[in-house]
Write a protein that binds this ligand. Structure first.
Ligand code: URA
Length: 271
């Protein structure tokens, strides 16, 4: 995993007084704070010079205020830093990971019965991570894990309605109007559920591969709604959570989320 170096590990040599000729702003330096361009560079925004250019161009905000002064000292632990209006993961202790969960793995971090859990797949990641929602034991695909509790909580909360996309292999043949039926709403024992989007990816004789997007987090919801519509699921893979795609991540593997992806997640839940 490519880990970011702690902010304090970055050398200060590139800093010159000449740089401080940048415009003033009213942001008060945080005593013992870290220079803004250093925080941006450590978060993976770009080289120190590129970050200085962003600051000079007025594209960086700290706690809602545009900061044009290169040497401003900020507190990345507590202040919200945005570039072009998008929040950046400025805290170097925060870890954001995508995992391709294989079938036969529990979406927990431990199991009293000794079954495989996600903890077995996290390799050298030692931070205590929260997982965003759950997948069934036999469901595969994208799980997001992070030690950013606020973000994880919002991503999982029904109020924010983060859409999730699944590929499902179902028994067929699938009628033309199945999408309309699923989007219109299917009655389940715990209430109606509707898909946001639906398409048939492939027809395979008496089976079909379908893609379904919904913003519900109810237990077994995809399997239950497709079964109720007459098309039981034989395989289910989650391919997308909000703005994050599974892509070509191999089953059982993890990858760190990029700065852009974390910014997209913040934006998806209004942070
Ligand atoms: N819906 C299901 O039926 N199972 C999952 O694992 C996720 C969504």
């Amino acid at each position: 995993m490519g880990r970011r170096p702690p902010v304090s590990d970055l050398d200060d040599d590139a800093w010159t007084d000449e740089d401080e000729a940048g415009q003033r702003d009213s942001l008060t330096d945080v005593p013992g704070g870290v220079r803004l361009q250093k925080v941006l560079a450590a978060a993976g925004i770009g080289s120190r010079r590129h970050c200085e250019e962003l600051i000079g161009a007025g594209r960086v905000e700290v706690d809602g205020e545009v900061v044009r002064r290169y040497g401003a000292r900020v507190d990345p632990q507590h202040q919200v830093i945005r570039v072009d209006g998008r929040r950046i993961p400025a805290r170097e202790d925060l870890v954001y990971v995508a995992l391709n969960k294989p079938a036969g793995v529990l979406t927990t971090m431990s199991d009293s019965r000794g079954r495989p859990t996600m903890a077995d797949l996290l390799g050298d990641i030692t931070e205590r991570l929260f997982h965003v929602g759950r997948l069934d034991y036999d469901t595969e695909g994208l799980m997001l894990l992070m030690n950013d509790g606020d973000l994880a909580h919002r991503l999982a909360h029904p109020r924010f309605g983060v859409p999730k996309t699944y590929l499902a292999e179902v028994s067929g043949p699938v009628p033309r109007d199945l999408g309309r039926e699923l989007i219109g709403g299917i009655e389940l024992e715990d209430g109606v559920v509707s898909a946001d989007k639906f398409r048939v990816v492939e027809r395979l004789g008496n089976r079909a591969l379908v893609e379904i997007t919904l913003h519900e987090g109810r237990k077994h919801v995809v399997k239950r709604m497709l079964a109720a519509a007459g098309h039981p699921v034989s395989r289910l893979v989650r391919t997308q959570v909000g703005p994050i795609s599974l892509g070509s991540l191999r089953p059982g593997s993890t990858r760190p989320l990029s700065v852009k992806e974390v910014g997209d997640l913040y934006a998806a839940v209004g942070m």
